[in-house]
Design a protein around this ligand. Structure first.
Ligand code: HEM
Length: 614
């Protein structure tokens, strides 16, 4: 019997060990990458001209695709696409075949957490690119506020991350509750009851036979949900790879890349590519560990007295499964990735023990109080121990989550001024507000609900039982904010790409929306434009004159496109404009026959001049 148990324990730890070894062997993960810089290199006899594309994070060599089209919209044959093995943020594209002219470059790449990023810009080869070409396309995506994936993809990604957090919290929360709250409280309560071992043993037996299967059920439900969420996550990644979409270069509708260029038409091909990569290996390890955890949870013994080894090993397997979530999180891309992954993992462990423990706590208090009100002394002694133990666990979690959360915020936001201008930062603010609410609930329990519960044990429904479902709802909402954060580029990562867009500022009125743009948006020479979305019927095609007044100078802007009725029209200065640093109004006038002039101002803030090296 002992020999058989030892083999089983060795076997499970061997599986966990091998899987962790597998994870250790793969290169660190990457999150949502953005283009932060491009330039021409080479162009000498021995070094053919190449285009350097530098991204905010290292990219996966097999998934960098570049399409170059000339002003006529013709796609240009390119040389090889390579990644610099020394600096995996840099991709090179052979462009020696390009004759002088202005081209639009569209890029598509995939992070190793499976999320694609794409974008486009205009470049001039052998000619001075006219200022207009420096401006980002009309409606260009701002990485700081618009996700790399299309809204549908981001919503799905967020939902699946949320399900994953919820599922892992249910598994670790219920098994953790069994180990850290239920068993110790039971032993303590039954030891302290006067009516001797028989009486308390029956209570213990009765309660365990009712509650322990419930904890097991929650763990199994969480395990199944986790497997389901991650299978769908993989299906989604396969679809991303198969149907990658390009950012619009000049037109409004995204243009799908020719399937041949991606050569991932068949789903199994995309799957093979994903499994060759880091993300694929992590996914396999995650699913194996989750399956091991689920099997163990199914077979958890219902006895609190002799729980057996499975409860312990199930917890280890669940914690190892959780590690695979951190290994594809943002934490795995920062330079201090090993430390950051450990912080992220422990952050989620405490989240799971706290939030995942709320449901077992509610069910336990309800069940024990029901027995208590039937006059069972052991049950009466149990309630205080259970709620006090959990309250201590919650307090430790709050402290640890705040400390590790701030550390993570340092890695992924770094500068608090990036909190409000980025969607990631705003999601973190929402999370902190919900965290404060959870903290409030905790304080309420310590100050009111628990003293009341202990003071009047036989009230029909305690305030603790009334508040816990609300607390769970707030906890689940907090996890939605986190899931959104996990599906976006972090503030730290997207900000350089946002800045590469230059300055843009929008004003909206009933008549339409006006967006002022300046590239690079810093003191000195800038390409400027006004994008006019005039919603007055028939107005779009009859604009006569557009001017912008800046720093006391009035600039005449020329219509540069697109001439599509109803779409946003771009008016740009044909020469570079010198802008002084600082906040100021850009005063615009849009004149068109038979319509009242559109006049107004757009507040802009020109940043200090750029340091040379960027
Ligand atoms: C001061 C409080 C906190 C701060 C500043 C904070 C901050 C963060 C940050 C920056 C991340 C990284 C997200 C990413 O991968 O991009 C994170 C992850 C996470 N946080 Fe917090 N957090 C705090 C408290 C909490 C609380 C109270 C909970 C839940 C009860 C929580 C649950 C999570 C979860 C589930 C993750 C996901 C990690 C992942 O996907 O790898 N955090 N937190």
């Amino acid at each position: 019997m002992l020999a058989r148990r030892r083999t089983r324990v060795t076997l499970v730890s061997l599986v966990v060990g091998v899987l962790l070894g597998l994870l250790g062997s793969a290169a660190p993960a990457f999150a949502h990458t953005e283009l932060v810089h491009w330039q021409f290199i080479g162009g000498t006899a021995d070094k053919p001209q190449r285009l350097l594309l530098r991204f905010s994070e290292p990219i996966d060599a097999r998934f960098l695709t570049v399409a170059v089209t000339d002003q006529g919209g013709n796609q240009i044959a390119l040389g090889a696409v390579q990644i610099d093995p020394q600096r995996r943020t840099d991709g090179f594209v052979g462009i020696s075949a390009l004759s002088a002219g202005t081209y639009s470059v569209a890029w598509w790449t995939r992070a190793l957490d499976g999320d694609p990023s794409n974008g486009s810009f205009l470049m001039g080869v052998g000619t001075k690119v006219d200022p207009i070409a420096l401006l980002p396309p009309v409606g260009a995506r701002d990485p700081a506020t618009q996700p790399a994936m299309l809204l549908g993809g981001t919503a799905w990604d967020t939902f699946l991350h949320w399900l994953t957090y919820l599922a892992i919290a249910l598994v670790i929360g219920s098994i953790g509750f069994f180990h850290l709250v239920w068993r110790p409280s039971l032993h303590r309560a039954t030891a302290s009851v006067a009516d001797g071992p028989e009486g308390s043993a029956s209570t213990e037996g009765l309660l365990s036979s009712r509650l322990v299967p419930t904890f097991r059920f929650i763990a199994v439900a969480g395990g199944l949900l986790f497997l389901f969420a991650n299978v769908i996550l993989l299906v989604m990644q396969v679809e991303f790879v198969r149907y990658a979409l390009l950012q619009p270069v000049t037109s409004v509708a995204p243009t799908a890349l020719a399937p041949s260029a991606l050569s991932h038409a068949a789903p199994y091909k995309a799957l093979v590519d994903i499994f060759h990569g880091y993300n694929g290996k992590v996914w396999i390890a995650r699913m194996v560990l989750a399956a091991v955890t689920l099997v163990l949870c199914f077979r958890l013994s219902p006895s609190a007295k002799r729980p057996g080894w499975r409860w312990g090993v199930a917890l280890v397997a669940a914690l190892a499964t959780l590690a695979t979530v951190s290994l594809t999180a943002h934490a795995a891309v920062v330079p201090q990735s090993r430390f950051a992954v450990a912080i992220d993992w422990s952050h989620m462990v405490l989240m799971s023990l706290w939030l995942g423990g709320l449901l077992p706590l509610l069910l336990t208090v309800r069940e024990v109080r029901r027995l208590g009100s039937a006059g069972d002394a052991a049950a009466d002694a149990l309630v205080p121990s259970v709620v006090r133990r959990f309250s201590t666990l919650a307090l430790i979690s709050v402290g640890y989550l705040a400390a590790t959360g701030l550390t993570q915020a340092y890695f992924h936001v770094r500068n608090p001024s990036l909190l409000t201008p980025t969607t990631y930062g705003r999601a973190l603010i929402v999370k902190l507000v919900l965290f404060a609410a959870l903290f409030g609930f905790g304080a309420l329990h310590r100050k009111v609900s628990i003293p009341r519960l202990l003071g009047a044990p036989n009230t029909r429904r305690s305030s603790l039982e009334r508040i816990l479902p609300m607390e769970m709802a707030v906890g689940a909402s907090l996890l939605v904010a986190v899931a959104l954060m996990a599906s976006l580029g972090t503030s730290e990562a997207v900000w350089p790409a946002h800045q590469a867009l230059g300055l843009y500022s929008k004003v909206s009125a009933t008549t339409g929306t006006l967006t002022f743009r300046a590239v690079p948006g810093k003191a000195g020479e800038n390409a400027i434009a006004l994008d006019v979305a005039d919603r007055r019927p028939g107005a779009a095609t009859s604009i006569q004159r557009v001017t912008v007044e800046l720093d006391g100078h009035t600039f005449e802007l020329t219509h540069v496109g697109p001439a599509v009725p109803g779409s946003t029209q771009r008016f740009a200065s044909t020469s570079l404009v010198n802008l002084a640093e600082g906040a100021k109004p850009a005063v615009y006038t849009v004149i068109r026959p038979a319509y009242p002039d559109l006049t107004g101002q757009v507040p802009i803030d020109v940043r200090p001049a750029l340091s040379a090296e960027k």
